[in-house]
Design a protein around this ligand. Structure first.
Ligand SMILES: [Zn+2]
Length: 280
């Protein structure tokens, strides 16, 4: 892409021209998705030189990925979901990304709500893109009232029958509900969508006035120095955040960042975690 063929950064508005990676075959960490025709792989990663956000650009048709193809490629079927769920839930706590995530969410919620009256018990959490539902499984065990949402029917059924959590099967952009939640979580979801800001804006419709949004995304800024095969840059991530682009996304959605943390997970993934609330 040259200076006559640029696009504008969704987060800071700067022209994006800097190509950092080019792929003619999938990176080693990428799962084989059915929508990719053999031998026709072509993809590029661009980086905004102002805010550091990464964009994955390609012309392969991945529109229907989350209506079946994602689960097919990752877990094969409902039995595969159940087995992976059991394996992750049985991990030693020190080796589980999910245990660390739950500890972080519980500690921050406890800190944030302390002193807010009247006390509410139990608190309500909506997890968008619940997938294996390991997050809500643990949140439920700490007394939270949980609702799972996933566009794949097998993930929804898994949440209800194996995890015992009420679940909704839909794209979050089509979600309709009269309830307001104390906490809405996006655990490794925003990097999968084309317009993460629109998704965060929509979440405000379902948030209590003093509610929290938790965001967890891959940290492209750290991962980039480890090369193009890193899992943060796979084809299912059209958006890969930097610390600053995550702040800009939160602000553009009319939210206020309260806390942002950069970590490396026990699984070795590089991650950015953020808590935010409605900016009034
Ligand atoms: Zn930018």
């Amino acid at each position: 892409m040259n200076k006559n063929n640029f696009f504008l950064c969704q987060y800071c508005g700067d022209p994006v021209t800097n190509r950092v990676f080019q792929y003619f075959s999938p990176p080693k960490t990428e799962i084989q998705f059915k929508f990719i025709e053999k031998g026709k792989y072509s993809r590029e990663i661009y980086r905004c030189s102002l805010c550091g956000h990464f964009y994955s650009k390609h012309s392969m048709d991945s529109n229907e990925l989350y209506k079946g193809g994602y689960v097919d490629a990752n877990y094969e079927d409902a039995e595969g979901i159940r087995k992976t769920y059991n394996r992750i839930m049985a991990l030693d706590p020190g080796k589980s990304d999910n245990v660390g995530r739950v500890q972080c969410v519980l500690a921050f919620s406890d800190f944030y709500y302390k002193g807010l009256v009247p006390p509410v018990s139990p608190r309500y959490v909506l997890d968008v893109g619940s997938g294996l539902c390991v997050f809500l499984s643990r949140m439920k065990s700490f007394g939270w009232n949980c609702t799972a949402l996933d566009p794949d029917l097998r993930a929804k059924n898994h949440a209800e029958t194996i995890v015992g959590v009420p679940a909704v099967c839909c794209d979050f952009f089509d979600f309709k509900d009269n309830r307001k939640f104390d906490l809405i979580t996006f655990n490794r979801v925003l990097e999968h969508v084309i317009d993460p800001v629109a998704m965060l804006k929509k979440a405000k419709d379902f948030l209590q006035a003093d509610g929290l949004i938790y965001i967890e995304v891959p940290d492209g800024e750290t991962a980039v120095s480890f090369g193009f095969d890193r899992e943060e840059f796979t084809i299912d991530h059209p958006n890969i955040f930097s610390y600053l682009s995550l702040v800009f996304a939160i602000k553009k959605a009319g939210l206020k960042p309260l806390f942002i943390q950069r970590i490396q997970e026990p699984s070795t993934k590089f991650t950015l975690r953020a808590f935010c609330t409605v900016d009034v």
